[in-house]
Design a protein around this ligand. Structure first.
Ligand code: NAD
Length: 276
């Protein structure tokens, strides 16, 4: 991809600085929703981002929206549950941008059904995207971060990393699992200057959530308005959705944190739903 062959300069093309000046970030699932917001905010703060998403065309489209000049955002097709695709996508990212400072393991899906009816294939699919995806991207990132002796890994957890809801067995299981993975990375990575943390958002109106509203209404036998009010936002302090920008702000805070003091932790960003 020749677009990116001249990205070695130390300054942003517009000359501005930023909290992540010339840091290189890989963000999975960044063609849409929360990941895309994070990519926008990282580029605004001077980073170079790799948008790694299942759909290469969507990843490239998001990259050109985020950086029309084509120098600070690169779209890469990557199924995070495929070892081969993660290895080649991460290698391409590192080759083009020359290093890797931040991994945001964010790609995810939601599948809702009562546990007693949950199809095994769907259970495996969800766990594979969330957990295999986090493991595979982490392993590839750590190899490079250990060479550099620094790095920051952010996992996209959820309030469901701490709390359960009916109909979401594999999602709740996977999101709890990410906290375990982050703690191990924090312990193993410390000697190599690598820290790892989890962001746990409340509901954000992305395509992932829009799809769930009618599904949950059907499964619970209530109206879509009640799914929003009485299920999704019931436990918040103010009845408000969290936004993608809220989550991006938390990601920026973690990515720009200046020392290794903040590691192995999880941060809930949810309008007060689930207070730790
Ligand atoms: P989204 O559907 O808008 O975006 C998810 C992205 O992940 C899509 O671009 C999709 O193509 C990509 N993706 C799916 N499977 C993939 C795979 N196998 N490989 C690579 N990319 C893949 O969803 P979102 O709401 O932005 O969710 C992003 C993350 O945030 C997920 O991990 C989700 O669980 C988490 N989260 C979302 C909410 C919410 O309310 N929206 C709340 C808490 C946590």
């Amino acid at each position: 991809m020749n677009l990116h062959t001249e990205i070695s300069s130390n300054k942003r093309s517009d000359g501005a600085g930023g909290r992540l000046l010339d840091k290189v970030a890989v963000i999975t699932g960044a063609a849409s929703g929360i990941g895309k917001e994070i990519a926008f905010s990282f580029v605004r703060e001077g980073a170079k981002v790799v948008i790694a998403d299942l759909d290469q065309t969507a990843a490239q489209k998001a990259a050109s929206e985020i950086d029309p000049l084509g120098q600070r955002a690169l779209g890469v097709g990557m199924d995070v549950s495929s070892e081969e695709q993660v290895e080649s996508g991460m290698a391409k990212a590192i080759e083009i941008f020359g290093r890797l400072d931040i991994l945001v393991s964010n790609a995810g899906v939601q599948i809702v059904a009562p546990l007693v009816e949950f199809e095994f294939a769907k259970w495996r699919k969800l766990l594979s995207i969330h957990l295999d995806g986090a493991f595979l991207t982490t392993r590839a990132a750590l190899r490079q971060m250990y060479r550099q002796n620094s790095g920051c890994i952010i996992y996209m957890g959820s309030v469901h990393s701490k709390e359960a809801s009916p109909l979401k067995a594999p999602y709740v299981t996977a999101k709890h699992g990410l906290i375990g993975l982050a703690k191990v990375v924090a312990k193993e990575g410390a000697a190599h200057g690598v820290r790892a943390n989890v962001i746990c958002p409340g509901f954000v109106r992305t395509p992932l959530v829009e799809k769930q509203i009618p599904e949950q209404a059907r499964a619970l036998g209530i109206s879509e308005a009640d799914v929003v009010k009485k299920v999704m936002l019931k436990e918040t302090v103010d009845g408000e959705f969290t936004t993608g920008q809220d989550v991006a702000e938390a990601a920026l805070f973690l990515a720009a944190f200046p020392s290794n003091a903040l590691t192995g932790q999880s941060m809930v960003v949810s309008h007060g739903w689930f207070m730790q």
